[in-house]
Design a binder for this molecule. Structure first.
Ligand SMILES: C[S@@+](CC[C@H](N)C(=O)[O-])C[C@H]1O[C@@H](n2cnc3c(N)ncnc32)[C@H](O)[C@@H]1O
Length: 230
């Protein structure tokens, strides 16, 4: 199904800023962010052209928080290009600091709602997408704010080719059920788990995030779901 952001029934509900940025972070937001920022109004023919070095494929992380997972994946996979969106500027600033310090060339950022990006992305252009510990919105009346929705799934189905992988994690059982329900109702993705360990254990190529650490310490184990684009 083709969707346009003009149909977007959603808006961003989370926090955009926390404590004041350090002077060095504010300087990077001014200088480095414009250099590596994805322009959502630009239609991009081949996402690989966004990166200065050759990349074989492109992955997307939605809501990267403080960026631990994104930076780990970018360092581990130098031949993959990473698009990553996060409206929380303090998280963006943390990633900019690491990108600048370690000269990480395979990350491109969008400092706002990921839904704005989809219109500019070509069909079948992302071979992996991560949605890790999305904001839980546990109250029933807030459930509709959850980022996993038929709207997001329709966008992902267009930009991910058959065989591409969607990784989702949450420590909120109701959100895990919610995601399984929506994904299993979608003819475009299949859950890959065969045994309970496939979703109870985090795979070795999937590092812990800050949010996950807090959840596990608070006694809330996570579920790790992997879906294959059919
Ligand atoms: C609970 S935090 C988890 C952060 C990180 N993935 C982790 O595991 O530590 C969820 C993040 O998703 C971001 N987020 C929420 N809605 C978003 C949207 N529409 N587009 C991009 N990011 C979003 C929030 O700003 C927040 O940083």
């Amino acid at each position: 199904m083709s969707r346009s952001s003009k149909d977007n029934p959603r808006r961003f509900y989370g926090r955009r800023a926390g404590h004041k940025l350090h002077a060095s972070q504010a300087a990077l937001v001014e200088s480095l962010l414009p250099e590596i920022r994805i322009d959502p109004s630009r239609r991009i023919k081949d996402l690989r052209n966004l990166f200065p070095n050759d990349v074989n494929e492109v992955w997307l992380e939605i809501g990267f928080g403080a960026g631990e997972h994104l930076l780990w994946q970018a360092r581990e996979n130098p031949e993959t290009g990473f698009l990553a969106s996060e409206p929380y500027i303090n998280g963006v600033a943390k990633v900019l600091t690491a990108v600048d310090r370690d000269r990480i060339g395979n990350v491109r950022l969008y400092d706002d709602d990921v839904h704005h990006l989809f219109d500019g992305l070509p069909d079948n252009s992302l071979s992996r997408v991560f949605v890790l510990f999305p904001d839980p919105w546990p109250k029933k009346r807030h459930n509709k704010r959850r980022i996993v929705s038929p709207f997001l799934i329709a966008h992902l189905a267009r930009v991910m080719p058959p065989g591409a992988e969607l990784r989702f994690a949450s420590d909120i059982p109701d959100y895990v059920d919610w995601t399984l329900r929506y994904m299993q109702n979608s003819p475009t993705f299949a859950w890959t788990a065969c045994t309970p360990d496939d979703w109870r254990r985090r795979p070795p190529d999937w590092p812990e995030t800050r949010y996950e650490k807090k959840a596990v310490e608070a006694g809330r184990p996570a579920a790790y779901l992997s879906f294959r684009r059919i």
